[in-house]
Design a protein. Sequence first.
Length: 61
Amino acid sequence: MMLTDKQSLILCGFMTAGVFIFGILDILDNFIILTILTLIYIAVVFNLFYVSSTKRRNQNK
C-alpha cells in the first residue's frame, strides 16, 4: 500500500476539513467519525514511514 503524494495531500485535506467541520458541529465525539479520522491519520503516517524506509533501502543498494 503506497500512496502517491497527491493522495496523501488529499487525505490530509479531508482529515483537516473533517476535524474543523465536525468540531464546529460538535459531533467530533462520535465514535464513527473519530474512527474514520484516526484511520486516515494512520494511513498517512504509515505511508510516510514506508516511503522513508524504501528510499533508505534503495540508497544502500
